[in-house]
Write a protein of this length. Structure first.
Length: 524
């Protein structure tokens, strides 16, 4: 009996220890399981699917929640995941981001869930994703998406993606036509800030790309760093542009309410058009606010618009393709340095005191020509023939009325002792110091000067004139003249025009938008 009692006691002690161990182990397991609930399950026996590319779309806002469509592509499988996350404000649609948190596949539209209409596609097979979860995190522009997803055939997919996700809004219009011109800076109003005037059209357009019927149209000017001096290939800088009523770096120009109400020239402000004759729509509205993003694209550049109109409505649009920005800032047609051939004829014109208020100097012009050219001082220096010539504008003290002083004249601002820079936009609308080349009475090359020197020496009645100038494309123009100068006194002649240009190689018939802006700039 004593032996039996001893065995019973020993058994109970071992049973209690075993029971305690089981309870303790279960507690530990429960604790681990609870910790794992905060992260997606990871089963190392399931091969990892490495995502190689992504695409995102913000589908819109519904019941204060944001709907995101994220496509993750591996080498053989596409995962179409539809997320419910934080809503994106209308003004931020070009900067939509998916919040970093855990997302669980669910049948209801719960916040931070993956919708039941998500699926994967492999070859010709498409399968619903029925369960699982992923963890999303974001560091600067880089997303990390990891987790386990299970399809309707109960196959598990462990996905892993680290990279960019470009999340775009749904665009109202994708524009297909673009045209534009680079106007450079304005030395008075916005020095060293370049203007990139451009417009985008979708629909019925004329040969210049302007809307002339049903469709959509946006016209505006970007302001940013100056473009390099070149012949073609000018691009709008890649960045995010914000609306501004001032011509500042990184902005597109919009009018203030006062400017618009006062009837300031409309083509100087950002503008939006929408015509639909079948619906009786003929909308013309100034753009008052918004964001525009420009970026490189395999087809050229990509421009994304999120703009707010006068009536408070918003327009979301996009253009993808080549962006043309005709160079209307650098006027020179020279493609290299130029040494001017023999200059055989010289004229010295006295124009009188400067008409600019506050300027105390006289104005002069030198005309230095090849022998095969003929100029007519009485017809505002109209010129015929074939060859090269220069017009050099000089400023002297007011006491010099019969001759120009010898010395070195730097090309620069208007003051006594300087030579004038070349101004204007083309032959016929030019002034100051310019180089010209003609063939059979037509102008085939021309260049305004921006910097350099004009050196004047005189011995008896003969002058020695040396010009070393730099044009607006950084070409160096060198010219020398030795001989007499025929004096022409035009002090009292009205300066209504500079010359009659028979022809020019530039085509300025570029539509109403171009001509309106060009006329506006010429009047400033």
């Amino acid at each position: 009996m004593l032996l039996l009692a001893y065995l019973k006691t020993l058994f109970m002690k071992k049973f209690i220890c075993l029971l305690s161990l089981i309870v303790l182990t279960n507690g530990v397991l429960s604790s681990c399981s609870s910790d794992d609930n905060s992260k997606p399950a990871v089963d190392e026996t399931i091969p990892e699917t490495t995502i190689v590319s992504s695409k995102g779309t913000y589908l819109g806002t519904e019941t204060n929640q944001g709907k995101f469509s994220i496509l993750l592509k591996s080498n053989d499988t596409d995962f179409q995941l539809n997320f419910i996350s934080d809503a994106i404000a209308d003004k931020d649609l070009l900067d939509a981001t998916l919040k970093g948190t855990k997302y669980t596949v669910g049948s209801t539209a719960a916040l931070y869930s993956i919708q039941a209409d998500s699926y994967l596609k492999k070859a010709d097979t498409q399968l619903k994703i029925v369960s699982g979860d992923v963890e999303v995190s974001k560091n600067a522009d880089t997303y990390t998406i990891k987790g386990l997803l299970i399809d309707e055939q109960n196959t598990s997919h462990q996905i892993n993606y680290v990279g960019l996700i470009d999340i775009e809004p749904i665009y109202e219009i994708e524009y297909e036509i673009q045209n534009g011109w680079y106007w450079g800076d304005d030395q008075y109003d916005y020095p060293n800030i370049g203007e990139y005037m451009t417009f985008f059209t979708q629909g019925q357009a004329n040969k210049y790309g302007e809307l002339e019927g049903d469709g959509y149209h946006i016209s505006l000017s970007f302001f940013d760093v100056m473009a390099p001096r070149q012949w073609e290939g000018i691009k709008i800088p890649n960045k995010t542009f914000k609306a501004s009523s001032k011509n500042e770096l990184g902005t597109f120009h919009v009018g203030t309410k006062e400017e618009i109400d006062n009837g300031n020239p409309g083509y100087t402000f950002a503008k939006f058009l929408h015509n639909d004759s079948s619906k009786g729509i003929a909308k013309e509205s100034f753009i008052l606010d918004g964001t525009i993003k420009t970026m490189d694209n395999a087809k050229g550049q990509e421009i994304r618009f999120n703009i707010e109109l006068q009536d408070g409505s918003r327009h979301i649009g996009k253009y993808t393709g080549k962006v043309k920005q005709g160079d209307e800032y650098t006027i020179s047609t020279l493609k290299s340095d130029k040494t001017v051939g023999n200059l055989d004829q010289g004229f010295l014109e006295y124009k009188g005191k400067s008409p600019v208020q506050g300027k105390e100097n006289n104005r002069w012009e030198l005309y230095l020509l090849n022998e095969n050219l003929t100029t007519y001082p009485e017809y505002y220096w109209a010129t015929e023939g074939s060859g090269e010539y220069l017009r050099v504008a000089l400023y002297t003290a007011v006491g010099a009325t019969a001759d120009i002083p010898v010395g070195v004249y730097p090309i620069g601002e208007e003051k006594a002792g300087n030579a004038s820079t070349g101004g204007g936009t083309e032959v016929g609308l030019d002034f100051g110091t310019w180089y010209y080349e003609m063939k059979n009475d037509d102008y085939i090359n021309s260049a305004p000067t921006r910097t350099g020197t004009v050196t004047v020496a005189k011995e008896g009645n003969n002058y020695t004139i040396k010009v070393v100038a730099v044009d607006d494309r950084d070409n160096t123009i060198t010219a020398n003249y030795t001989g007499a100068l025929t004096f022409v006194n035009n002090e009292n002649r009205p300066a209504t025009k500079t010359k009659v240009a028979k022809a020019t190689k530039k085509d300025y018939g570029k539509g109403k938008i171009y001509n309106g802006a060009k006329n506006f700039k010429n009047k400033k």
